[in-house]
Write a protein that binds this ligand. Sequence first.
Ligand code: ATP
Ligand code: CA
Ligand code: CA
Length: 431
Amino acid sequence: RVVVGTKVDQNHVNWVTAYNMLTGIRFTVSRTNAKMDRDLTDADFDAKHKFSFDITGNELTPSAKYDFKFKDYAPWVFRHLRSTFKLDPADYLVSLTSKYILSELGSPGKSGSFFYFSRDYKYIIKTIHHAEHKFLRKILKDYYNHVQENPNTLLSQFYGLHRVKIPYGRKIHFVVMNNLFPPHRDIHRTFDLKGSTIGRDFKEEDLEANPRATLKDLNWLRRNLHLEFGPTKKNAFIEQMQKDVKLLQRLHIMDYSLLIGIHDLERGNEENLRDKTLQVFQPGGEANEPQPNLLMRTPSKLESARKAKELRQMIKTQKPVPMDQTTSKMPDELQDPKRNFYFYADDGGFRATHENEQPGDEIYYLGIIDCLTHYSLIKRMEHFVKGLMNTESQISAIPPERYGDRFVKFISGVTKTREAAEREKAEEAAN
Ligand code: ATP
Ligand code: CA
Ligand code: CA
C-alpha cells in the first residue's frame, strides 16, 4: 500500500460519506461535551443514540447538506477515553470538522477498510466491518479498563465509534483513532510487523515504483534492522508490549501488527514528502491548490485565542460549530497531548538510544494497530476461502495465544541497540 493521500473533494466518490461522517462527529461530540462531566456507569458502555439529519434540520439536529442517519456509540465512554488520552475537546472538533478537509489513504487494504486523515493529520478515520464494530462494543469495557491502568499503552487509541447511513445506502461503521505518524516529519521507511514470515514480504523490486510502500517482516529481517533502544527504553517498551498483548490474547484477538515509521534525523525533512500527500479543499468552494507548509500556517495569536475561546463557549452552549472554523493555536500554545505519553514523547515518537542511553539517530513512530479481529472471524474467513478453493488454506490461522507469543518474541528479538547487534555478530563470527 502506498501512503499517498487523495483529497476528498466534491468530485470524490466518497465526498458525501466524508461530509456526513464529519457532520455527525461534530454534532455528537459537542452534544456530549456540552454536559457536565460525570462518572461512567455500566449502561454507558452499551449506549447508542440515533440522529436523523436533513436539509431543513429540526429541534434536535441542525440542518445538513444531505439526508443521512448517524449513530453514536458509547459517547460517554469515548469522552472519557479522549480525556485519558489528553485530547482537548475544542481541538478535537477543530481537527475533525473545522473544514471538510480530509485525505484518503491510497487503495483500501484486503479488508476493504477506508482510511481518512483529518486535515491536520492528527486523526485517522477507519471504516470497519460490522463484525469488528460489534466486537469493539463487546470488548469496550476491557479496553477502557486496560487504558486506565496503562495510559502508555501501545494499542491504537480509540476516540469515537460511529455509524452513518444515507437513504437506501448501506451502513458504514467507523472509528476515529490516533495517527501514529507525525504531521511535521517525513517518515523515511514504514514497516508493518507481525512476527510471521509467511506472505510477509513486500517485493523489493516494486519498491522503486513505490518508494513509500509499507514493508513487512521479511524486508525488515533482510535489512537486518533493529528497534535501537538502550536498556531503559527497551525495558519499558517490551514491558508495555507484553501487557498490551496479554489483553489481546485474553480477548482472542489476532492479526494485529506493530506499525513502525522511521524518521532518520540525518535526512531530516529535506524531501518534504508530507506536502505532497496533503491537499486542501474547502466545502462549497473550488478545491485549493496544494499549499506548502499548510500545517505550519498559524493565525495571529489574538485570533487563535479568540477562536479557541469561541469554540469552548459553543461546546458549552451546544451551538453548532460554524463550518468555516479555522485552526486555532500558535505553536507555543500547542500543548501536544502526545508529550504526556512515554512512547510518543520525543516529538510525537520514541527516539532511539544507544547502549549508554545517549540519543540515537532515529525517531520511531510506532504502535499496535488493527486490533479488532476476533479469532472466530479469521476462522470463518479461512473456511470460506477453503470452501472456495477447495484446498487447504496456506496461512493457517494460529490461535491467539500463540499469535501473541510469536509477536512478542519477534519484536523483543529485534529490539536491541546497534552496539548490542554488532557485539552479537562478532560473537557469532568467533564461534
Ligand atoms: P488488513 O486487514 O488487510 O491488514 P486493514 O484494512 O485492517 O488491513 P490496517 O492493517 O489497520 O488495515 O492498516 C493498514 C495500513 O494503514 C497500515 O499498514 C498503515 O500504513 C496505515 N495505518 C493504519 N492505522 C494507522 C495508524 N493508527 N497510524 C498511521 N497509519 C496507520
Ligand atoms: Ca493489518
Ligand atoms: Ca484488518
